[in-house]
Design a protein around this ligand. Structure first.
Ligand code: HEC
Length: 330
């Protein structure tokens, strides 16, 4: 058990301290990958090396133990992998812990893991982001100079970063759904609505590669295939949308978007019953007296016939008003 000092002192004392340290580290690593034992105790006076015994949920024994928790405070049992990007709490505990000085390290770290300090000497946090291995090791130095080493070795998984982000006023995010393969990216009945000046960010959530084909309108042809997790920013320069499709799969793998140009709509005289446009009453677009106007204020001005703006009623859509508002706020 954990801390006895009897036995083969004479034999082990003949071996140099440094080589024992290497043997201990080796045994701890091998032992834990086989998921047998919790750790070892080494007494420099007697040269005794002894097992700390099986640990149940953590590693170690009741007098010195190492336990890992996930962010919900649930014990992550030995042998269970670390998920990429997730922070785990590793706690040293036990009846004798108060008498020890603890030191922590990552004795194996091909998982690109980081060890962070916790609230006290007996707590550490570890986060990994690559697929590989990690071994969180804690060494307790006891008052008599002897040490105990515990290590929790696990495999780690890759952190899948979502580089794509979310839509905002200037950027509209479209995700090619997982499982799309050679099929269309979306349906003609629900095209992506884009305003000139906005960026259409196409993100690939599919395990197959994809590549946007355009004839140069309304944005440049994507120059290379993108794999899962990558994206392409298509800057909407105009309202010309000839067939868009997946360059890899051909025209059947269609992509439907709809574009509106707010600046053009601002000057469009076909949207009123009086052949007028915003420009007729609020200056040309470039010098508009309505810069910064919101969708709601334009919409309300039309429905309340403010200054005669009712000439737009039933002739302009909400999306067209949104496009004008977007242009007036660029
Ligand atoms: C027939 C002339 C006329 C046309 C066409 C017209 N407006 Fe107006 N608009 C007015 C007048 C007059 C007012 C009230 C005075 C003011 O706020 O400038 C007004 C008010 C507004 C307001 C302020 C509303 C508020 O809540 O105070 C906004 C915004 C606006 N117009 C935007 C537009 C836009 C955008 C268009 C084109 C889609 C447009 N207007 C077309 C005449 C017009």
């Amino acid at each position: 058990m954990g801390h006895d000092q009897n036995g083969r002192a004479d034999r082990l004392n003949r071996i140099k301290k440094t080589s024992i340290t290497l043997v201990v580290a080796g045994l701890v690593t091998i032992g834990l990958f086989q998921n047998c034992d919790g750790g070892f105790h080494y007494d420099p006076n007697s040269g005794e090396l002894s097992s700390l015994g099986a640990a149940g949920a953590g590693v170690g024994s009741s007098d010195f133990k190492l336990t890992t928790f996930n962010s919900s405070g649930i014990v992550v049992s030995e042998g269970q992998s670390f998920q990429g990007g997730v922070e785990y709490k590793v706690v040293a505990s036990g009846t004798r812990i108060a008498d020890s000085v603890l030191s922590w390290s990552l004795s194996d770290n091909t998982g690109n893991c980081v060890l962070k300090s916790g609230t006290g000497p007996e707590t550490r946090f570890v986060t990994c982001d690559k697929s590989g291995r990690v071994s969180v090791q804690v060494t307790a130095i006891w008052p008599d100079g002897s040490t105990s080493v515990l290590a929790s070795a696990r495999t780690t998984s890759e952190l899948i970063r979502d580089l794509c982000g979310t839509s905002d006023g200037n950027r509209i995010v479209f995700r090619i759904p997982a499982g799309t393969g050679t099929m269309a990216w979306n349906s003609s009945s629900s095209p992506v609505l884009m305003f000139v000046g906005q960026t259409l960010r196409i993100c690939n959530d599919d395990s197959a590669n994809h590549q946007l084909h355009t004839d140069g309108q309304p944005c440049a042809h994507q120059n290379a295939a993108m794999s899962k997790g990558q994206f392409y920013d298509c800057a909407i320069a105009n309202t010309t949308v000839t067939g868009l499709y997946d360059h890899i799969s051909g025209t059947n793998a269609a992509f439907y978007i709809r574009t509106l140009d707010g600046a053009a709509l601002y000057a469009d005289t076909t949207k009123t019953s009086s052949n007028q446009s915003c420009a007729s009453c609020h200056n040309a677009f470039a010098t508009s007296s309505k810069r910064g106007s919101s969708f709601t204020s334009i919409k309300n001005a039309i429905s309340s016939n403010r200054g005669g703006m009712g000439v737009y009623s039933g002739r302009i859509t909400d999306d067209e008003i949104r496009a004008i508002a977007y242009a007036l706020n660029r």
